[in-house]
Design a protein around this ligand. Structure first.
Ligand SMILES: [Zn+2]
Ligand SMILES: [Zn+2]
Length: 599
């Protein structure tokens, strides 16, 4: 028996076994697709009954039975026509639809992982795998026998509705999700992390801490930032703006719409149309909500003749863009229809790319270390050497790819190279961070672009007095402000460091007699640049402390007779029961330092 079968192969094989088990229990089940996903797999099934959690237990039991029968995964290669006949006979109409697509278009066209393409070498032949009574249209690979799944720890963890092919016009199928790991211990660990993640869900915390609001009347995917959420966002923007000023960026402001021609010139209209909202007619001309900020910045660059001495020109904007997302995909702040990018475009000479990259990497490193993302890695997206879809000369590409790697190395950043992951217009560098729950998030991206300068005919005057074409670099350390804040809420579980906390100090007067002094203290803190809230409700001190704990406020000050008479503060820190007596001035100095240093 083979050793070390990749977990992905086991997960994929388990998807087949789950389908086989479902077929045993519900012989009329019709199957859509069943790909692997992070940590497990799913299968979309049409069933005549609505499943309840108890049914998942039954399916699990049936799966274990099948696995213990040590069934082989049998491969069969069939002509496409035969396969259509076979699946028609079995009344699996979704599979028949996929096969017909395969016949007409050469691909089943579902997302990358699930899609089966016709292999040109095997003309018109498709592969089918059989396990027990279940057969599936599939490319493999699988385990050879279910015996190899006996040590695998799995559990079916949830049920969801999913439209066939992700299209709301189609029938809704039941999606059954399974988790699978190499050992019980890993599965348990993952389940534990899922529980923690639920508690940290930014949608839940966002509501509890009143950070943002999504209203059906305004529209889904269009988050409204409340005063408290806005504080977090502005603090992040201030932080980044300070770093950018040191690096020679110039801030610009541009409108949220632009003529459709802009996006025809940039190519977004042709290549990206499904994400752009329908045009708006104004005085006979067509405008769109911008899906990108680049064309607006390009027109600021080209509004004057630039000399080689002026370069690089670094234009930056917290620029809001609008992109269509399916309603089923929308989620809190993380998947939205309108969002703001901390978007900069650097226009430079080819010989400046390396230095600019190096500066941007340094900036992103500073951002991550301040935010306390300790574990991150860079992914360099390179060309696929076999493809011809790329614009720009081979020479330029080779140079840029080599330089990027050199810079990353010199910055001592952990990195991997990914062939075929470059944009068609240039190589890129993405940063992937791990949060406290070990989840990976792609944040921060830098992309070289040879294409837009060409399409918009950008120029600069060189030392030789001739005109040359600049290179553009797109970069966004946070990416989307919405998504970034969403991730931060989960990363900190709502307990933000003091500089980011919407309320930094919670003032708790013991009784009515202490209200006036507490309010004055609040005003004093405000004048010293510290955000505070005074709790003037008639509740017990204990109750108010619990409230402040729930709001995750970093500091609480309890104000009673003694505090007023002796002019001292009783300070309680978040997550600790200990109290500390401090002079007012001492406390203010301490918290000011903490805020200033973003500790
Ligand atoms: Zn398969
Ligand atoms: Zn851009």
């Amino acid at each position: 028996m083979k050793k070390d079968i990749p977990i992905e192969v086991k997960r994929h094989s388990l998807a087949h076994i789950m389908a086989a088990a479902i077929l045993k229990l519900y012989p009329k089940a019709k199957f859509g697709v069943g790909p692997i996903i992070d940590n497990g797999f799913y299968y979309d099934v049409e069933l005549s009954k609505k499943l309840v959690p108890d049914d998942l237990k039954k399916i699990e039991k049936e799966m274990i039975k099948l696995i213990n029968q040590k069934l082989p995964f049998e491969l069969e290669e069939l002509p496409l026509k035969k396969a259509v006949e076979l699946f028609t006979e079995y009344k699996q109409e979704y599979k028949v639809e996929l096969l017909n697509d395969l016949k007409q278009k050469g691909t089943t066209g579902i997302s990358e992982e699930e899609s089966q393409d016709l292999d040109p070498k095997k003309k018109d032949k498709v592969t089918i795998y059989k396990t027990g009574d279940f057969m599936d249209l599939c490319r493999g690979p699988h385990v050879e026998s279910t015996e190899q799944l006996q040590n695998c720890a799995f559990s079916l963890d949830r049920i969801a509705g999913a439209y066939w092919r992700g299209d709301e016009k189609n029938k809704q199928l039941t999606r059954i999700y399974g988790l699978a790991f190499d050992s019980k211990k890993l599965l348990q660990e993952h389940k534990h992390n899922l529980e923690l993640a639920k508690e940290r869900d930014h949608r839940k915390i966002g509501k509890e801490l009143d950070l943002f609001h999504i209203s059906a009347e305004v529209g889904s995917g269009l988050p409204l930032w409340t005063p408290k959420g806005t504080i977090i966002r502005r603090e992040l923007e201030k932080f980044l703006t300070e770093l950018q000023e040191k690096d020679g960026y110039e801030e610009v402001i541009t409108p949220h719409i632009g003529k459709i021609e802009l996006y025809k010139t940039s190519g977004h209209w042709q290549n990206y149309r499904e994400n752009i909202y329908s045009p708006i007619k104004i005085d006979g001309e067509e405008f769109v909500l911008r899906p990108m900020n680049c064309p607006h910045h390009i027109h600021i660059y080209s509004s004057q003749m630039r000399s080689y001495r002026q370069l690089p020109v670094r234009l930056v904007e917290y620029g809001t863009v609008y992109r269509y997302e399916q309603s089923g995909e929308l989620s809190g702040l993380v998947r939205v229809r309108g969002f703001t990018i901390d978007d900069a475009h650097i226009f430079c000479r080819p010989d400046q790319i390396m230095e600019e990259f190096s500066k941007v990497i340094e900036l992103i490193k500073t951002v991550f270390s301040t935010i306390k993302f300790k574990d991150f890695e860079a992914r360099i997206g390179l060309r696929d050497p076999k493809s011809s879809k790329y614009v720009g000369s081979d020479e330029l590409w080779e140079k840029a790819e080599k330089e990027i790697e050199e810079v990353v190395k010199s910055k001592k950043v952990k990195y991997i190279k990914e062939e075929g992951e470059a944009a068609f217009y240039g190589p890129k560098l993405d940063f992937v961070v791990k949060d406290v729950l070990n989840r990976e998030w792609q944040l921060g991206t830098i992309q070289v672009d040879y294409n837009l300068p060409e399409r918009f005919k950008l120029e600069y005057k060189g030392a030789d007095d001739k005109t040359h074409r600049p290179v553009m670099i797109h970069r966004a350390p946070f990416g989307s402000m919405e998504r970034f804040v969403g991730i931060m809420i989960e990363h900190f579980g709502g307990a933000f460091p003091t500089w980011l906390s919407p309320v930094q100090v919670y003032i708790i007067p013991v009784g009515k007699d202490h209200f006036k002094h507490s309010e004055e203290l609040g005003k004093l803190l405000k004048s010293e640049g510290v955000r505070s809230e005074v709790d003037l409700n008639r509740e017990t001190v204990g109750y108010k402390i619990r409230k402040a704990e729930k709001l995750k406020v970093p500091y609480m000050l309890v104000i009673g007779d003694k505090e007023i008479k002796e002019k001292i503060l009783t300070v309680r820190s978040r997550g600790s029961n200990a109290v500390k007596k401090m002079e007012q001035e001492e406390f203010i100095k301490k918290i000011q330092k903490e805020i200033k240093e973003r500790k």
